[in-house]
Design a protein around this ligand. Structure first.
Ligand SMILES: CC(C)(COP(=O)(O)OP(=O)(O)OC[C@H]1O[C@@H](n2cnc3c(N)ncnc32)[C@H](O)[C@@H]1OP(=O)(O)O)[C@@H](O)C(=O)NCCC(=O)NCCS
Length: 142
């Protein structure tokens, strides 16, 4: 399963936005605004592929000199629970580490917290609401 870093605005980026729309926004009755997408032009965009099909994706945003934030982690419907998310996370962590980061942090959906716990992430702080659903801050020292 090839993993790729993709360019903002590219054909692959459009595929990524569509995958994220289907998995992360439509089930909540939400969508991205042009302003949401504009904000991610400096992020590191990561995708897992099989041939031309995007299987999953995530993004890293540099939030402090030694800390990145994981965002928009999504695996295609019907392919979840097959190890794709784990491989994407390992790739993202390796890139973050190679770039000198010491910590990875995220706003994790409560429904996905068990996934991140299996990969060594810890809950910090209280539950809060984002995009209408419960989240926790989770983090891991790389
Ligand atoms: C959450 C998500 C990214 C995980 O990716 P995935 O490819 O389905 O996960 P994997 O198959 O790599 O799972 C790795 C391990 O975590 C477990 N796991 C996966 N999703 C889980 C969940 N939601 N809760 C608890 N455990 C989970 C798997 O059972 C597996 O455990 P094992 O190693 O003991 O077999 C994916 O299911 C998804 O896109 N979900 C919908 C969108 C979402 O919630 N995104 C996260 C936003 S913060």
């Amino acid at each position: 399963m090839p993993l790729k870093i993709i360019d903002y605005g590219s054909k692959e980026y459009k595929q990524m936005v569509e995958l994220r729309r289907q998995i992360l926004r439509k089930p909540l009755g939400l969508d991205f605004t042009p302003e949401d997408l504009e904000k991610e032009k400096n992020d590191l965009l990561i995708a897992a592929y099989e041939d031309d099909q995007m299987l999953g994706c995530c993004m890293l945003t540099q939030v402090e000199p030694d800390t990145v934030r994981l965002r928009q982690m999504a695996v295609k419907a019907g392919l979840q629970g097959k190890g794709i998310g784990r491989v994407l996370m390992q790739f993202a962590e390796n890139i973050a580490r190679d770039r000198g980061n010491k910590k990875l942090t995220m706003h994790a959906r409560k429904s996905a917290a068990g996934f991140y716990e299996k990969l060594g992430y810890q809950l910090t702080g209280e539950e809060f609401t984002e995009v209408t659903i419960p989240h926790y801050i989770m983090e891991k020292y790389l």
